[in-house]
Structure formats: structure tokens, C-alpha cells
Design a protein around this ligand. Structure first.
Ligand SMILES: Cc1ncc(COP(=O)(O)O)c(C=O)c1O
Length: 395
């Protein structure tokens, strides 16, 4: 064979760091705070709903292409009740195989080869691969860590001037993510308004990944950019049941958007998976109708876990950037005498029996992410406590 098997578009995307780090966790018996999945399953009544659907033969054969009507209606009701966004379940809601397929289908549908796609850096790893598969060019705009003047890490901040300067005549869309993985930043209404004004002024589309919409802390507000003036017709909003209901293995995600954008995304989606997760779609339709107490409980639980891990990491010598959302915490490892997150994460299992992810993997400008390391806190309290105890013995 004279040609390498992998095509040029994907050549730069080898095995993900998550595979390497999870294998390390297994071989060293470490606590895996690398990959972001909960170690307890979501509500029993939602699992029972899936079981009922399986038994009753709902969704065991190909469900309708756009998703089962019960789920599309529940998604539309959720968007209306929470955000005042009105969507027709038949023409403006599309069920996907997790947010991952929603991202892929949106980019494959909306991007022409040569189009530029602006993404906030550090970014979720599938963004770069999907932009590449669509033949687009990714243009990262870097969120910068802003230290808290009272000491410790502060918040990662978007420089709106940098964002404006990144727009060129070839820019097709902005790929947003709020609450933001891995930094935990929740974009404020003022920041989102500025992004919306830019999108309207430069006639850009926005694909807004909001999979952590319910995981916001300290009273922070999640604002879907689609709810801002001029944005409904130019935004594809992405949600996922994986994060909200702790069923990451079920792969139920969705998009909400105008009929034109939904039809475009559906055109790509139908040739990716066509359909997926039949019985789980019925179960998530029920999950979306859980009372507010469920979401309050989820937030309170995760906020307490954030504080447990964050305070433990600070006591172990890390500088901690306290997240306002998601279930990840970013730390600066320089106070521990290292500026190389890769080397640090590769040695951490041996040194402390804990696995984390080097933030540099989420950057094009790797040097900007070099001294930062991400830990997930969607784990049981006893697991987090044990991780903290182990990390305190570092040094
Ligand atoms: C920002 C972001 N988007 C999308 C996804 C993927 O979501 P799903 O599991 O629904 O495909 C993740 C999962 O970690 C994520 O962090």
C-alpha cells in the first residue's frame, strides 16, 4: 500500500487522549477523573420507562427519522417552559444519536469546503474532527484564564474583540459551547448579546452546544443564544440527555432550529445513523417532564462535589479555576512545579493513583493550554474524597 489508510482530513486526529488515559487508569488501578461520565446512573423511573418501552415494543424497530413524536413534543415543551423558545415539534426538532451526532450533522450540513468555523478554544475534541470532515477550516478563539485578584484561579474569559477580529468574509458559523467544557465558563447574557450582534451584523450561523444547560452553579443563568434578538432563525441549538439525566450510554441528543436549518441538518443526519436509541427516546420523553426538584437536586449534588474536589485540589497545591457550570474543573499545575500537562497526567497515575486530562489536547495553540489539567467531578462523593486524599500526598 503506497497510501496511508487514513485520509488527509483526519490524519491529525490519532487516538484520543481519553482512550490512553482510561487505559492507564485500568492498568494502574487509578481513580479515573479523566473522562466525563457519571459513576451512578440516572433516575430509576427513567430506567423503568426504558424497560417498559422495550417490553411493550415501542422503539425496537426503526423509529421515525426525526425522532419519536413523544420525544420531539417533550423537547419543544422543555424549550418553551425553560427559555420561552417556541418550536414546532414536527419541523423544528430533530432527535440525534447524542449531541455528538448533532454536532457532526450540523457541520456536515452547513459548512462548504473552505468555509471558516470559529470555535472557542479550548474546545470539545469532536469539534475539530467534524469541521475537518466537513472540509472546513477551524478558527480558534482562545478563552483566557483570568486570575482572581483575591487569590486562586478565577474564570476563563472570552475576548470579544478577538472574536470580532476572527470573522472574515469566509466565516460561515460560530460553534459555541456554553456552559463550556473544559473551562466551566458560563457565557453571560451580555457576552452572548455581543456574540449575537456580531452574528447578525456579519450574517453568520451559530451552532450552540448546550449539553450542560442544567449544570450551572451559584445561581448562574444559562441563556440559549437562540433566545436573543435576531438569533432564532440563524441558530442550531444542541441538547443531550446524557448529561442532564446521567445516561451517557443511551446517546439521545437533539437539535432545535428553524424549519430550514432543521431540514438541512436532517439531510446530513439521515445518512449518518438514520435513527438510533428507539426505546430510550420514549424514556427521555418522560425524563424531560421530571419536576423542577430533579434539576435542583442535580445541581446541588454537583455543586457540592465541585466544592469537595476544588477545595481538595487547592489544598493539594493546584491553582483551581472554579467552574460556574459543567462537571469539570480546570487547574493550573505550575504551583506544583510542572508546566507540562501531558507529562504531569502521564505520571499522575503512578504518583498519586488518579487520572486527569491535559487541557492542551483541547487547543490548537497548545502552549496556551500547556500548564492546565482537567478533572471530572461527576463521581460518587467517596470516590472524590479518596481522590483528594491521594492527591494531597503529591508533592
Ligand atoms: C461539550 C460537549 N458536547 C457534546 C458532548 C457529547 O454529548 P453526547 O454524549 O450526547 O454525544 C460532550 C460530552 O462530553 C461535551 O462535553
Amino acid at each position: 500500500m503506497t497510501r496511508t489508510p487514513l485520509n488527509r482530513r483526519l490524519a491529525e486526529f490519532g487516538t484520543t487522549i481519553f482512550a490512553e488515559m482510561s487505559a492507564l487508569a485500568t492498568s494502574t488501578g487509578s481513580i479515573n477523573l479523566g473522562q466525563g461520565f457519571p459513576d451512578t446512573d440516572g433516575p430509576l423511573e427513567v430506567r423503568e420507562a426504558a424497560e417498559r418501552a422495550l417490553r411493550e415494543g415501542r422503539g425496537n424497530q426503526y423509529p421515525p427519522g426525526p425522532g419519536v413524536p413523544e420525544l420531539r413534543t417533550a423537547i419543544a415543551d422543555h424549550q418553551r417552559a425553560r427559555y420561552g423558545l417556541d418550536h414546532d415539534p414536527d419541523t423544528e426538532v430533530l432527535v440525534t444519536a447524542g449531541a455528538t451526532e448533532a454536532i457532526a450533522a450540523s457541520l456536515l450540513a452547513l459548512v462548504e469546503p473552505g468555509d471558516e468555523v470559529i470555535a472557542l478554544e479550548p474546545y470539545y475534541d469532536s469539534y475539530a474532527a467534524c469541521v475537518a470532515m466537513a472540509g472546513g477550516t477551524r478558527v480558534p478563539v482562545t478563552l483566557r484564564p483570568q486570575r482572581d485578584p483575591r487569590g486562586g484561579g478565577g474564570r476563563y474569559v472570552l475576548d470579544l474583540d478577538e472574536l470580532r477580529a476572527a470573522v472574515t468574509p469566509r466565516t460561515r458559523l460560530i460553534l459555541l459551547n456554553t456552559p463550556h467544557n473544559p473551562t466551566g465558563t458560563v457565557l453571560s447574557r451580555a457576552e452572548l448579546t455581543a456574540i449575537a450582534e456580531l452574528a447578525v451584523e456579519r450574517d453568520l450561523l451559530v451552532v450552540s452546544d448546550e449539553v450542560y444547560e442544567h449544570l450551572v452553579f451559584d445561581g448562574a443563568e444559562h441563556v440559549p443564544i437562540a433566545s436573543l434578538p435576531g438569533m432564532r432563525e440563524r441558530t442550531v441549538t444542541i441538547g443531550s440527555a446524557g448529561k442532564t439525566y446521567s445516561f451517557t450510554g443511551w446517546k439521545v441528543g437533539w437539535t432545535t432550529a428553524s424549519p430550514e436549518l432543521t431540514a438541512a441538518v436532517r439531510s446530513a443526519k439521515q445518512f449518518l445513523t438514520y435513527v438510533s436509541s428507539g426505546p430510550f427516546q420514549y424514556a427521555i420523553a418522560e425524563a424531560l417532564r421530571l419536576p423542577d426538584a430533579y434539576y435542583e437536586g442535580l445541581r446541588a449534588d454537583l455543586q457540592a462535589k465541585r466544592d469537595l474536589l476544588g477545595e481538595g485540589l487547592a489544598q493539594a497545591g493546584f491553582e483551581v479555576y472554579r467552574p460556574q457550570g459543567t462537571y469539570f474543573v480546570t487547574t493550573d499545575i505550575r504551583p506544583l512545579g510542572s508546566g507540562d500537562g501531558f507529562a504531569f497526567c502521564r505520571s499522575l497515575p503512578e504518583r498519586a493513583g488518579v487520572v486527569a486530562i491535559p487541557n492542551a489536547v483541547f487547543y490548537d495553540h497548545r502552549e496556551a493550554g500547556a500548564p492546565f489539567v482537567r478533572f471530572a467531578f461527576c463521581k460518587r462523593t467517596d470516590v472524590l474524597q479518596e481522590a483528594v486524599d491521594r492527591l494531597k500526598r503529591l508533592g
